[in-house]
Design a protein around this ligand. Sequence first.
Ligand SMILES: Cc1cc2nc3c(=O)[nH]c(=O)nc-3n(C[C@H](O)[C@H](O)[C@H](O)COP(=O)(O)OP(=O)(O)OC[C@H]3O[C@@H](n4cnc5c(N)ncnc54)[C@H](O)[C@@H]3O)c2cc1C
Length: 456
Amino acid sequence: MYWDTLTGRVIAPWDPGYDDARLDYNARFDDIHPGLIVFCQTVQDVEEAVRWARRHRIPFRIRSGRHSYEAYSILNRGLVIDVSAINHIDSDPDEGTARIGAGAQLLDVYQTLWDQGRVTIPGGSCATVGIAGLTLGGGFGLVSRQFGLTIDAVESMQMIDARGRRVDAAAEVHDDLFWALRGGGANNFGVVTEFTFRTFPVGLVTIFSLQWPWRRLPQVVRTFQAWSDPDDLDRRITPILTLQSQKAGHVSIIGEFLGLAKELEPLIAPLLAIPDLMAENIQEMTYIEAVRRFAGLGADPHRWLAHGVPDQDTFKNTSAYAYRTLSESAIRTLEDALSETPGPSCLVQFGGFGGTIGDVAPEDTAFSHRRARSEIQYQAYWSDPSEGPAHIRWVEQFRRAMLPHTVGAYVNYCDASIRNWPEAYYGRNLHRLMHTKRRWDPGKVFRFPQGLSELC
Ligand SMILES: Cc1cc2nc3c(=O)[nH]c(=O)nc-3n(C[C@H](O)[C@H](O)[C@H](O)COP(=O)(O)OP(=O)(O)OC[C@H]3O[C@@H](n4cnc5c(N)ncnc54)[C@H](O)[C@@H]3O)c2cc1C
């Protein structure tokens, strides 16, 4: 067989387990059938896979946790280089660092770091997202206003480049690559195999969840905006505002506070004063319990869940950033879109920025949207395939209707229908990213529909 030289666990379409091996998280892309999937067990397997794909001119994609919104980690016919088995998590308490394999999933990362020494890294809330995809696009989560984006905790990375060679990326070595991988790194420069992160001590935290009837939407949005001003809000709080479809009947604010409940209560007083509060939950717990709550794994998942928990979901999500306070006209646009949804599982979320995220200059890493007030995620979920087109249309119309009030988009919430994606994702960092791409991958070995290779 011509793939005899590929090393690792190689799965072909006729092998048992192929159907499980080929799927990404978004069931919208279940009809994609890769030609081969190699589950790399070691860094050498990754080197071999890149060289093999080049030698045979086989198109390929890189995969870690399978959560790409547009399934950019799989492709028809070509090779999937899967790093999920390279998933070691080793923290060094003396150094305050952790070495994490590119295939580790977030819940395993948080749990292991907690078990090894009550430390963490700032990252997303979904248990099964891969550390590689999350980090290479930025990485926002419920402790980000205190500890930064995931990229802000990266000290160094190991990568296999376009020639199948191992390279290190850090401030002291290949600083151009180190810069580019932090925000523009997914499938653009090489296969990252390991991250070294700075870790942060954690202990007790307080989480909160507040809910109002849908008709209070304008007031909740106005108060949330004033309260979560990036310069004023205590950075130990990271909040998420969720505006559901009118059919779902409510709007809510959840958040995590790196401190005790008695300290939090006065800090959220402006939110508690919004009339018609239907449900108020404030709970002190260990950091790891909070992680499990927000991943939907603890008690009362519907109250706390920041993202879905099944093995797969069928959805269309997209994104933007709010750089300014939303005007009354923008709030009316939110209300209009959410009152005419194709189904009940349609929503928009605002994740509060500022704090440590905003301390870093937009040009210091490839992640350019440092000065945003919040990231915005428009979301639609459905189960009957016939409902797909209406949901996809709703998301796109919503995003477009909000364009006069928003800026850019988050590369980790990628959306194939954004035409000006290079500027939307990378803003003023695009030019420097392109320069780095030409240096590290002049032959455009790493490519995908929204890759920098499409612009060279
Ligand atoms: C349910 C859900 C919850 C989410 N929650 C959050 C959240 O709280 N915060 C947040 O910021 N984001 C969140 N995201 C978005 C998430 O960060 C992105 O989807 C991310 O790209 C997923 O990474 P992955 O490794 O799981 O996915 P994959 O599909 O495996 O990869 C995503 C992209 O990264 C590339 N890639 C993967 N591994 C490597 C590697 N080793 N080297 C180079 N390129 C690689 C892939 O080719 C692909 O382009 C969520 C997504 C989902 C579906």
